[in-house]
Design a protein. Structure first.
Length: 236
């Protein structure tokens, strides 16, 4: 089902909601200087090789592993149009980076540091992850969108677990919104190249497997890094 231009317009406007709110609230609280500071975090890309590996590889490894076990499409056929037409991947990547930026200044740029100051990094990541998932809930009721084929409980589990990973990534990169944008875009790209649900909505095994693997990754993050107490994001 093809979406109407009006629906596409509202999807773009809705997608920009978190970052629009973040810049508006930042301006109210800290003026132009605060907005410049938030923008600089979106350009903070000078961090370690390990962080870049995490951003670029973890979403791909998780999704490919889940697809290898529970792919909801026939073996031997391209799982998506992107693999059937590889030249489109570059275009989609640009769109995914732009789409992630429209959200991440809100989720990880504004909300995460504020909640971390009150609750600590781990609980802040969970709160932001739940908000992140609920923000997308209306998409599950729009025919023609990929979200409409997914189980929301599995999506919620996946999103909260991924938020814990991104929260730790944010801490390790000094509050880099660019790192969060990169991870978010890589997640979206991997799940578009290897869709976790086929035409049969009843087969959610791959999506649950993706969610479970992100839970494992989130557990490893918590055990390894022992997330710091409140206010430890290193945002300056």
């Amino acid at each position: 089902m093809e979406l109407s231009p009006t629906m596409q317009f509202f999807l773009v406007v809705g997608g920009a909601g978190p970052s629009t709110a973040a810049f508006a609230l930042t301006y109210r609280e800290a003026g132009i200087a605060g907005m410049r500071k938030l923008c600089r975090r979106g350009l903070l890309v000078r961090f370690g090789f390990r962080e870049w590996l995490l951003i670029l590889l973890l979403p791909q490894v998780v999704t490919i592993a889940a697809a290898a076990m529970f792919a909801p499409y026939p073996i031997g056929e391209p799982p998506s149009e992107l693999l059937a037409h590889p030249w489109r991947i570059g275009v989609y990547l640009i769109l995914f980076v732009a789409g992630a930026a429209l959200e991440e200044f809100g989720w990880r740029g504004y909300a995460q540091p504020g909640w971390a100051a009150r609750l600590g990094d781990l609980r802040a990541s969970i709160v932001v992850g739940v908000a992140w998932a609920l923000w997308h809930l209306p998409l599950f009721f729009i025919p023609g969108l990929g979200h409409a084929q997914l189980s929301f409980p599995a999506y919620l589990t996946l999103t909260v677990a991924a938020a814990i990973v991104i929260g730790d990534l944010l801490r390790r990169t000094g509050g880099s919104v660019a790192a969060a944008v990169g991870f978010h875009a890589a997640m979206n790209m991997s799940l578009t190249v290897f869709p976790p649900a086929g035409n049969d909505k009843s087969d959610q095994r791959m999506l649950w497997c993706v969610a479970a693997l992100y839970v494992v990754a989130a557990g490893a993050v918590v055990v390894r890094s022992r997330l710091r107490p409140a206010g430890s994001l290193g945002v300056t």
